[in-house]
Design a protein around this ligand. Sequence first.
Ligand SMILES: [Zn+2]
Length: 431
Amino acid sequence: MISIAFSKPKLFSRSSHSCNPLSLLIPRTMRSRINPFSCSANSHMDARNSKQVIRRFSHEAFRGVPSTGVQPPLTPSGVPTLASAPTKVKELLETVNEWHFDIFQLERVSEKRPLIWVGMAIFASFNACSLLNCDESVLRNWLSLIESNYHSNPYHNSTHAADVLQATAYFLQKPRLKAIFDPIDEVVSLIAAIIHDVDHPGRNSAFLCNTGNDLAILYNDLSVLESHHSALAFKLTVSNEKVNIFQNLSKETYKEMRRSIIDMVLATEMTKHFEHLSKFVNVFTKSVEAEEDESLEPSSPDLSAMSTPENIVLVKRILIKCADVSNPSRPLLSCKEWASRIAEEYMSQTDEEKTKGLPIVMPAFDRAKCSIPKSQMGFTDYFVNDMFDAWDAFCDVPELMDNIKMNYEYWKNQETLRQKGLEAQEGITDS
Ligand SMILES: [Zn+2]
């Protein structure tokens, strides 16, 4: 969430939908997908060895990379296989392909390591090992290393990364994306989702700039956090063969994947939101003029135009952006939990800014007067509605659109109740 300093452009008119994409989604169950990860007899030995390698490697990899100011937990607790997952984890993963998948339940039963489980399940279903031509243990080690470099922030932690990964995988199953993406595009999207907030310090880029953090200096105050997430992820990945998921790729393929992953991670910067969205909408609609005339029927998507390499870049950006801010489109209980977590992280930043006499970059998140319902409505009005309208018209996500509407109504009612409470309190004080 960022402060709003410019007027919101009119981007898109919603089109009608004819197909039911849910019926086309993933007929197989997770149980059948887990099979490719049949457990090796010496998995415990593998885990111990990997743990040592990752511990040593992590510290080496961090040499020369500025810290975000909070020391991340560098040591993974082990690198298990899917087959050796606790029963509760396996049961939960059976619904990993569904939008109502309960990431918070997985967070609980996995002892706050949901990313490795969601990652392994989803990588298996997308045949990531064979596409990357790498051993399954390397993929596991890599997931574990990346997860251990997420901090235990209220919001920007590995549960958020797992949630964005799950949303990304859900979108990748949509027929329209299946039609225009090749398998490498899919794996690139999954990797970008996994790394997109790694080593997030629980403070935003503006805060890092205002405090003169090493990262702000290194990146000249430009896309500070996004640049760091991407750079650190590559540094961690390529410095050791036990975790290097790219090691068997040709130079050309690696170069192309690296370019695409970086582009997707950088696209998550919210200050570039309208730039990315308007490019997507302009390509997606056949006629911008027709869109601007509300008396005309919205045009249908031009799929051949979407399939050019330049336009697939635009689709990938909106894909990760929708996954990254999908909280208001989740079922109400999840939406509320995410709202509470992001508010806590932002209020904590405001606390620190006040204590240190720094500029307050998000005044709406002052503990003394913050309204979570109001912030959620503002975020949905400003960033979510237009982008999800465009995304829905492109790849048909009616379940998400329904949730956005229902959640908005919930927040609206909550805000009305809050206002009434405040007025009643004022009445008591006055009398
Ligand atoms: Zn994120």
